[in-house]
Design a protein around this ligand. Structure first.
Ligand code: SF4
Ligand code: SF4
Length: 309
């Protein structure tokens, strides 16, 4: 969410540090370094701190939710960065009282230790007004009380459809793309035009193109991974770390412009690891090794499904 947060009840895509006050602290769960995250976080006119709790995303786009002790670790982290809010002893006592599970209190304590000033390497960094980016997302102007109409008025989204990038009519006031931790990377040369990604995407992110492919509108993609799950071709859609991408340009247009350059670019972004989240079960992540498919080599994938009860 370092790319921005979109509160429900639309208020635009807002910087994750919008509410951080002078000398305050932004606590983030991430495997990245502060410099890597600040490439996406808006500038502030004063100094504040960023504290990074080592870890993988626990919740993304409301699709991936894991009981991986992130809640407990965040409480321990708060105790480390501002003991005036709550002490670590109070956190441990609360968790033991509420859950009766020692490992939850221990997770909070470990997070606390990792963020203390004496911790090595230091995980808390001062952010100055020179750090971060100029925020590009439009700031919504909310109606004044005397401009509001009687009752509740929700303007409808204009319907329409055109072939090609951004062809579907979508609600421009409801873009959740900045909340994702992964985005689907597509090898169009491997695509069989089976339509499954287009049909199954819960956020209608795929735009049919005149040549029968499906472009992706990343501003609306929440990174759920459904398209990668259903795509029947090996290595055709792969979920990739979102923070590797600095914009939301159309992958199909990129591929049409220079297919060889696109394949090299997208394979570089994909890297070797293939990360997937076992949905619903909340049991962490699965990492397998991917391969680089030769151009146009279509190999079907056999999907296996494990259902835990
Ligand atoms: S199905 Fe794919 S394109 Fe659609 S929201 Fe999920 S990850 Fe994004
Ligand atoms: S699911 Fe895969 S093969 Fe099917 S249309 Fe989408 S990208 Fe192409």
């Amino acid at each position: 969410m370092c790319k921005g947060v979109e509160p429900w009840g639309w208020h635009g895509v807002r910087p994750i540090n919008e509410r951080v006050v002078k000398d305050g602290c932004l606590l983030v769960v991430s495997n990245k370094k502060p410099e890597e995250l600040l490439k996406f976080i808006g500038k502030k006119p004063y100094n504040y701190r960023i504290a990074i709790l080592d870890g993988d995303a626990s919740l993304a786009g409301l699709w991936v939710n894991k009981d991986d002790l992130t809640h407990e670790r965040i409480l321990g982290g708060i105790a480390a960065i501002d003991p005036a809010v709550i002490s670590i002893e109070a956190v441990e006592a609360y968790l033991m009282d509420k859950t009766k599970q020692k490992h939850r209190a221990e997770a909070a304590r470990a997070a606390y230790e990792s963020l203390r000033q004496e911790a090595k390497p230091p995980r808390v960094k001062t952010v100055t007004p020179n750090d971060g980016i100029v925020w590009t997302h439009e700031r919504p102007v909310l109606p004044k009380w005397f401009e509001m109409q009687e009752g509740t008025v929700v303007p409808a989204v204009k319907r329409g459809f055109e072939m090609g990038p951004k062809g579907q009519s979508r609600n421009a006031m409801f873009k959740r793309g900045t909340t994702k931790t992964q985005r689907p990377a597509v090898r169009f040369d491997l695509c069989t035009k089976c339509t499954l990604c287009w049909v199954e995407c819960p956020d209608e992110c795929f735009d049919p193109t005149t040549d029968g492919f499906y472009d992706i509108e990343y501003q609306y993609c929440v990174g759920c991974g459904k398209c990668a799950e259903v795509c029947p071709v090996k290595e055709c859609i792969v979920m990739v770390d979102e923070l590797q991408f600095e914009d939301d340009h159309s992958p199909w247009e990129h591929w049409k412009k220079d297919s060889q350059e696109y394949i090299t670019w997208v394979e570089e972004k994909k890297g070797k690891d293939r990360v997937s989240y076992p949905f619903v079960t909340g049991k962490g992540i699965t990492v397998t090794q991917g391969v680089v498919m030769p151009e146009g080599k279509i190999v079907p994938v056999r999907k296996t499904e494990e259902v835990e009860v």
